[in-house]
Design a protein around this ligand. Structure first.
Ligand SMILES: O=P(O)(O)OC[C@H]1O[C@H](O)[C@H](O)[C@@H](O)[C@@H]1O
Length: 567
């Protein structure tokens, strides 16, 4: 069953109705399906060769047998682990599938490695059995620096491992004619999945980029595709924007953004938590340009309605049968307080297939309504160029450019002095994730929400460069950027390169900071020091008012207070 919006009341809001009417009178839905590039821009550049996601499902259905037999062969080869090396659109869809479904019984464990931070690279390297691991090298362009550096590292690891099967342990997913395709041929990769070239990275989850990892996880790929197909047909055959599941969502997000509610805040059932990682890259990279855009807010801790400003639109994804009590309470409280909440109901996890397509369609619709080009990423290149320049300086001068050194507390204070309604704080963490670190970042987000009532986002670097990075620099100038950078020790060399992973990660952090500052975006950098969790906790303490002197315990025994509900 397709999932349906259940927030028709919200769609009757006059601002949204007006946008939906405009979409109807400009025949937006029909024109998407006839691939009319003038819907977005007068020139077809990077539009007419970026609409393959509308039809890729048919090709993937034809390729189902091939995908299944590939996954079967991987199982029969007794592969224990699959490590996906990719960035942005090539990694975040698989990461969502991994987090949402996990590996089916008897299928290998999937690792998605989209970082150059040495600690993270080392963690994955240590966790796998190199001789029994399959490496998926996933890159549309086939030349992304992170992916190629990671490939060099794991190629070397395999080469040094007793009993290795060389190139047979590697699989490429890429466009036709790329350097990666050639490399795969030269090094004797097990196989190459050649993707349709008319799909941009962030729209590629329902192509080989998402479905090869899905098959390796042991998912029922046919079922995932059939949910996507049902949604696609609803998005194709329903001409009224209000009833069209993708156009309704896209029109609503654009209308609300134009009316000042540009922070699309995802609330999800626990099992769907990771979905925000994929939505972030899709929405931010597609709409965050020309000084406008939608700011996706994912993974933010739930808070009471007063913690949120009037710049929010909430979208709740509710999975039937999940632990939904906290989510349901929040939805009710937010609605009662007058915040707009749009609800999407998923009958089971496979409905994610439909959601992927719905959000892709919605993003294309929102792009039209906002008057921007939803398929290019003009500001992503800047940070890459800055990284390359910083690396060059390191090579020639042997050091990084000097940056102002503030203590963590000074840096955060300086940044938060600029907190004001409609702004958001983006935390950009160049470090290795851990449950403790994730928890401390979430707690810091909550402290900022409660104290300053602004939206907060968080992303690991360099991952976010290929996701929200475009919006940070090209979108509305409302972000405050807090870079956390760890010491990158011990470092890991990149074979045959003058730079190590640590140098590359540092250069990416510095390069992006410079890009942000060039765009007059307030941005500061904090050294995480030897104990990142402790550093972040000190910032939380700074924002959290000290508890007033505790009362002495009462002499008389009082009845127990009612149980408080924590959010
Ligand atoms: O798949 P690749 O060519 O390696 O590209 C990875 C990523 O690179 C850039 O950041 C693009 O803006 C993303 O949309 C893309 O997903």
């Amino acid at each position: 069953m397709p999932t349906r919006p259940t927030a028709s009341l919200l769609l009757d809001n006059p601002t949204i109705s007006k946008t939906l009417d405009d979409l109807a009178s400009s025949h937006t839905i029909e024109r998407i399906w006839t691939r009319d590039h003038t819907l977005w821009k007068s020139s077809p550049t990077e539009i007419d060769n970026r609409l393959g996601w509308l039809t890729v499902l048919d090709h993937m259905q034809d390729g189902l047998t091939e995908l299944r037999s590939f996954a079967k062969a991987a199982r029969e080869a007794r592969i224990t682990d699959v490590v996906l090396l990719g960035m942005g659109g090539s990694s975040l869809g698989p990461e969502v599938l991994r987090c949402t479904f996990g590996s089916a019984k008897g299928f290998p464990k999937l690792w998605v490695l989209d970082s150059t931070v040495p600690g993270w690279v080392r963690q994955v390297t240590k966790a796998i059995q190199p001789a029994r691991t399959l490496f998926l090298v996933a890159s549309k362009s086939g030349g992304t620096i992170e992916v190629m550096s990671l490939f060099a590292h794991f190629w070397e690891l395999v080469r040094r491992t007793k009993g290795n099967r060389g190139g047979a342990q590697f699989v490429a997913i890429t466009d036709p004619g790329t350097g990666l395709e050639q490399l795969a041929r030269e090094r004797g990769f097990w196989r190459t999945f050649t993707n349709q070239p008319d799909i941009g990275g962030r729209y590629s989850v329902l192509s080989y980029f998402g479905l090869v990892p899905a098959a390796l996880l042991g998912l029922d790929v046919g079922k995932l595709l059939s949910r996507a197909l049902t949604m696609r047909e609803s998005c194709r055959n329903t001409s009224s924007p209000k009833d069209n599941p993708g156009a309704a969502l896209g029109g609503m997000m654009a209308a609300m953004a134009m009316a000042g509610r540009d922070k699309v805040t995802l609330l999800t059932s626990p099992a769907l938590n990771s979905f925000g990682l994929w939505v972030e890259q899709l929405l931010a990279e597609s709409t965050g340009k020309e000084g406008t855009g939608i700011v996706p807010v994912a993974g933010e801790p739930l808070a009471s309605p007063t913690a949120y400003g009037a710049d929010r639109l909430f979208v709740a994804l509710r999975l039937k049968g999940d632990r939904n009590a906290a989510l349901d309470r929040s939805i009710i409280a937010l609605q009662r307080a007058g915040h707009p909440v749009f609800r999407l109901n998923l009958a089971d996890r496979y409905d994610l297939g439909g959601e992927f397509f719905r959000w892709e369609f919605a993003t294309a619709v929102a792009g039209h309504a906002l008057g921007i080009h939803p398929f290019d990423q003009p500001n992503v290149q800047e940070s890459k160029d800055n990284t390359a320049r910083v690396l060059k300086d390191v090579e020639t001068q042997g050091r990084f450019p000097s940056l102002p050194m503030l203590t963590p507390k000074q840096a955060l204070t300086q940044l938060l002095e600029q907190a004001a309604p409609n702004r958001y704080l983006a935390m950009l963490a160049y470090t290795t994730p851990s449950p403790q670190l994730d928890a401390s970042i979430r707690a810091l987000r909550k402290a900022v929400m409660l104290r300053h009532h602004i939206a907060t986002t968080a992303g690991y670097g360099p991952r976010y460069l290929h996701s929200t990075g475009q919006l940070h620099k090209g979108g509305p100038n409302s972000g405050l950027f807090l870079e956390f950078v760890d010491g990158m020790k011990p470092d890991v060399p990149v074979p045959e390169k003058f730079y190590s992973f640590g140098t590359l990660a540092q250069a990416q952090a510095v390069g992006d900071l410079q890009s942000l500052q060039t765009h007059q975006r307030p941005a500061v950098r904090i050294a995480l020091g030897p104990n990142p969790v402790r550093t972040i906790r000190s910032l939380i303490a700074m924002l959290t008012p000290a508890k007033a002197g505790r009362r002495k315990p009462a002499a008389k025994k009082r009845p127990l207070p009612k149980r408080r509900t924590h959010r």
